[in-house]
Write a protein that binds this ligand. Structure first.
Ligand SMILES: C[S@@+](CC[C@H](N)C(=O)[O-])C[C@H]1O[C@@H](n2cnc3c(N)ncnc32)[C@H](O)[C@@H]1O
Length: 359
């Protein structure tokens, strides 16, 4: 299959009614790191016509330092936290082609300036994907091998967006690349099903969780959804030295023990959402009806019912939802040490550490 899975820990298999999925290739322990992956593609969540400039480095997405900021020498619109990030970006995500194309799209006279943020972000994504294709055609093939959502209600919107965006970008496209509105439409449909959000740093004062960047991780994205997941993903974007790469890697860690042959699933959103919200998001954004054990039970609940029950999923939620103010991230044990399970849980959003007194 086109997507490489990792090591001896995981294998990729077709799962009935779910497409491909990740399966434990051996017995695995709670807290174990089963996958660490760098993004295939990463792009800013700041719309092209944002009222304020993004406060994040356009390469590593760490918060920009108050002084010593480096800007792209050609467009000066794009800011970086270090000379190293700038140099890497000029040879990758902010190549001269990207710089020229984004400068054109971000011209105040551009028809995009009047368009909604979603379309501006789709344009950002298409530029990033075309840039990937120009630089490394095999990476475009990797992107195209990912699942896309055939959502009839939205296909008109995708066709419109892809034609509009492609018409703005095509004057800059190398003719031999054969980019087309059809390719742009396929890429937008893939992006919807596969992008992971890198979140702004946690703040107890809210107002709500915002996204700083979107990333596509070609192996992690093979993980299917479950409303009671056995794994969750961590990122440590703000950590490490400026210019030190890998801070945008995603780490997949197990919440509980998983036996060989079982499917590894994450939740595609915060796990404390109620049944009707989960059902709506999974259908609108991912095109499926969840048949997990929790959904089967909660489908028959009246609002507020059974929350205090001793059902396994109610116990799971009370143990693994972070209770810090304005957080509700997912807790997972720290990795085992010397083969022994760790009784400290880490939140994948606020980073809070909590001793698990139940083990
Ligand atoms: C990010 S992809 C996951 C990998 C995908 N199964 C594949 O074959 O590449 C998301 C898509 O997987 C499928 N999927 C994920 N979790 C599912 C579940 N619990 N039940 C049914 N389909 C699921 C849906 O089609 C969803 O749009």
């Amino acid at each position: 299959m086109a997507v490489p899975t990792s090591t001896t820990l995981l294998k990729m298999e077709n799962i009935p009614n779910k497409g491909r999925g990740l399966i434990a290739a051996q017995d695995l322990k709670a807290g174990q790191i089963i996958l660490t992956e760098s993004p295939l593609l990463l792009y800013s969540a700041s719309p092209l016509f944002s009222p304020s400039p993004s406060p994040y480095c356009h390469h590593c997405f760490r918060t920009l330092p108050p002084s010593q900021i480096f800007s792209c020498p050609s467009c000066s619109n794009y800011l970086f936290c270090s000379q190293k990030c700038l140099s890497i970006a000029l040879n990758s995500s902010h190549s001269s082609w990207t710089c020229q194309t984004l400068s054109h799209l971000q011209n105040p006279a551009s028809p995009l300036s009047e368009k909604p943020s979603q379309l501006q972000l789709q344009a950002r994504f298409i530029v990033a994907a075309y840039n990937l294709a120009i630089r490394t055609p095999s990476d475009l093939q990797a992107l195209l091998s990912l699942h896309s959502i055939p959502n009839d209600d939205e296909s008109d919107a995708i066709v419109y967006a892809s034609k509009f965006i492609h018409s703005l970008i095509s004057p800059f496209c190398p003719p031999h690349m054969n980019f087309s509105p059809q390719l742009a439409a396929k890429l937008i449909a893939i992006e919807r099903a596969n992008s992971f959000c890198l979140m702004e740093p946690y703040s107890p004062n809210g107002p709500q969780r915002s996204i700083k960047a979107y990333g596509i991780y070609q192996r992690t994205t093979i993980c299917n959804h479950d409303c009671i997941p056995n794994a969750c993903r961590f990122d440590y974007v703000e950590t490490g030295e400026p210019g030190d790469e890998h801070n945008t890697d995603i780490v997949l860690r197990l919440i509980k023990d998983v036996s060989a042959g079982s499917e590894i699933c994450i939740s595609y959103f915060r796990i404390n959402k109620d049944y009707s919200t989960r059902k709506r998001i999974l259908m609108e954004d991912f095109g499926f009806v969840c048949e997990c054990d929790r959904c089967k039970i909660e489908a028959n609940w009246n609002e507020g019912e059974n929350k205090d029950s001793d059902l396994p999923h109610v116990i799971f939620l009370s143990k693994f939802v972070c209770d810090k103010v304005n957080c509700a991230g997912t807790l997972a044990p720290l990795p085992p040490k010397d083969g022994e399970k760790c009784n400290v849980l880490e939140c994948n959003f606020c980073g809070n550490l909590k001793v698990d007194s139940t083990t």
